[in-house]
Design a binder for this molecule. Sequence first.
Ligand code: FAD
Length: 408
Amino acid sequence: ARVEQCDVLVIGAGPAGSVAAALLRQQGRQVLVLERELFPRFSIGESLLPQSMEYLQQAGMLQTVVEAGFQFKNGAAFVRGERYTDFDFRDKHSAGWGTTYQVQRARFDQLLATEAARQGAEVRFQHSVSAVDLDGVKPRATVRHADGSDYVVEAGFILDASGFGRVLPRLLQLETPSNFPVRGAIFTHIEDGIAAPDFDRNKIRVTVHPEHCDVWYWLIPFAAGRCSIGVVAETSFLEKYQGSESERLQALVMQDPSLRQLLQHARWDTPARQIVGYSANVKSLWGKGYALLGNAGEFLDPVFSSGVTIAMKSASMAAAVLQRHFAGIAVDWEHEYAVPLKKGVDTFRTFVESWYAGGFQKVIFHEQQQPEIKRMIAAILAGYAWDESNPYVRESKRRLKALEEVCA
Ligand code: FAD
């Protein structure tokens, strides 16, 4: 087979891959991005966090995103029965962006990939990485084009940004199970028809199921009167619902009185989809000649919309390490990449675990809220999970546990 050369091979043109490609172009690297699908393609992960704006800005992609006309987002609202509480991300402990967008990923990912290409990355669609060989001086990947032809790419370094494709974790047997129970989501896009004057389109709305505190719904408003709606539960719970995905989703949504009321005029015009067992982990985030970005590494849980932010953060960190690597400096991927990346992921993990155990729900629905503490939690919900000046980042487990006890 034909052998091509490049400085960096990026597998996948999702947010992690496109941001990494743009940052590497800024360093003057020759970048090849191989994407299995043809864009635009559907992807889940539609509510961004303000922290991600910093990485879009670094990657020179902010203007494109701002001008695309996506739904503005300034916070998160939580609903349980009659209780409503919300966080305005502009009122937060950490410095940095306090607003962002809610995006249809088909369009968003296409914009980022186009921008990476405009900055000089070569982006090839319908080229799928099927094998890797790390034994030589340089890593090599075997690529299959949609027309059935194969070729080989020899790269200075490989960044795996293949998301749920998990290319290198599968090929290199890096996968380890997540500690979370197996959950799934059923979701779709609707014409929401929401007329309630007090409905805040600028916030994601997370609703706790009326009877099961570990079952929740997302309602993510988009521009032009549309929404993403989904439900998350353990698969054993979802399996109790029969019929098409759309029937199952609507049956579950109708169980919550506030959603039933809010969506009474909705048009369910798009078939629903289901995704199960998405939480995943790996033994290592790097090895000789490669590193894993975003979901190709670890994926926790969708409840705090942290996935795209973590994906872009990982791209930004990996690009910085590669800059030193290509400058001939001996780099330590474990201490310069994996350990600091996982710090923020672990902050989210603490909050995710507490959410499903019910403790964090007691905190946010508690009647007396201290403004200073609320601003620290708002910062984490806005994605600033690496800001060690925040006590709920620095000592997230201990602090959150203490707060849960106060609110119990
Ligand atoms: P992806 O976006 O998955 O991109 C990977 C790309 O790699 C894809 O385009 C794929 O086609 C390509 N690829 C795969 N295999 C190959 C191959 N062999 N060769 C070449 N290319 C390949 N995150 C949020 O931030 N906000 C949310 O509201 C949110 N909600 C979620 C809800 C659910 C139910 C789930 C499961 C996740 C949610 N997430 C959310 C997480 C979000 O979907 C991911 O974290 C995010 O898309 C990860 O980005 P990525 O760039 O790592 O991977």
